[in-house]
Ligand binder design. Structure first.
Ligand SMILES: [Zn+2]
Ligand SMILES: [Zn+2]
Length: 255
């Protein structure tokens, strides 16, 4: 059985623990050592229990430079050039690798970073799997076979397009960046991804990297519900839909 614990999600920091009970990996380290050890202690884990740390890209909300030293280099996994100054395990798009009893496949994303990626994590001890995709302006069609009918999705649902477009605090160049192909997924774009790729194996979808200014949990859930109703005429999702939070832990075991 796979489970995840999200410590933080959003522009102020991202970090998620994924575990099958035997192998523990962390996706992104946009949090301090103090915060991480505190979160792990609450789960009866220590830093020694972490088998690998996977990075999606080099932006500091995902890769806090100070936090790189928390783990030995051989526990770090990222695409080429993502981490500067040290050597680490280099991963490639669509080339799976194994950490303990988890099979991990890097997925190509579209973002204004060097070699950004998401991850498909498959539990070799059960049939469960998890797709992690944030910080991407679009979801490439060629991800289809990798992200179809998975147990869990942690998917970016960054903004409501109208709220972003009308936000007087955001300059035009920033709006263009966020809405562009190398920016962030909107609620509606994320809803379309879920409509296309979730299936009868899907148990839980966690919307991630919500903008604090151009979105809210209520807005995101409303936008997703409206899109799903428009496409299916159904008022309830066949899976649990939740939003991850910027400053509160979300544990899939308690949902
Ligand atoms: Zn980010
Ligand atoms: Zn980013």
């Amino acid at each position: 059985m796979l489970s995840f614990v999200n410590f933080k999600s959003g522009s102020k920091g991202n970090s998620t623990l994924i575990s099958n009970g035997k192998t523990n990996v962390i996706i992104d380290l946009g949090i301090t050592k103090r915060c991480l050890t505190h979160e792990l202690a609450a789960l009866n884990l220590t830093l020694d229990n972490i088998d690998g740390v996977l990075f999606t890209h080099e932006h500091t909300d995902h890769l806090l430079p100070l936090s790189i030293g928390i783990f030995k280099n051989d526990k770090l996994y990222a695409t080429q050039y993502t981490i500067k100054t040290i050597t680490y395990n280099t991963v490639n798009y669509f080339l799976p690798f194994i950490i303990g009893s988890l099979k991990i496949t890097p997925l190509e994303t579209s973002h204004d970073a060097i070699n950004p990626c998401g991850y498909l994590i498959e539990d070799t001890l059960s049939n469960e799997s998890l797709v992690y995709l944030t910080d991407t302006g679009i979801i490439f069609e060629h991800l289809g076979e990798y992200i179809l009918n998975r147990t869990y999705y942690i998917l970016e649902s960054n903004h409501n397009r109208k709220l972003l477009a009308l936000n007087p605090n955001y300059p035009l160049f920033l709006k263009d960046r966020i809405m562009g192909d190398c920016g962030h997924l909107s609620n509606k774009e994320a809803a379309l991804v879920l409509f296309k790729y979730t299936g009868d194996q899907t148990k839980l979808v966690a919307l991630a990297h919500l903008s604090e200014e151009n979105n809210s949990a209520e807005q995101a859930l409303l936008d997703h519900a409206m899109f799903y109703f428009k496409m299916t005429k159904k008022k309830t999702f066949p899976y649990k839909l939740i939003c991850l939070k910027q400053s509160e832990t979300t544990n899939s075991a308690y949902l």
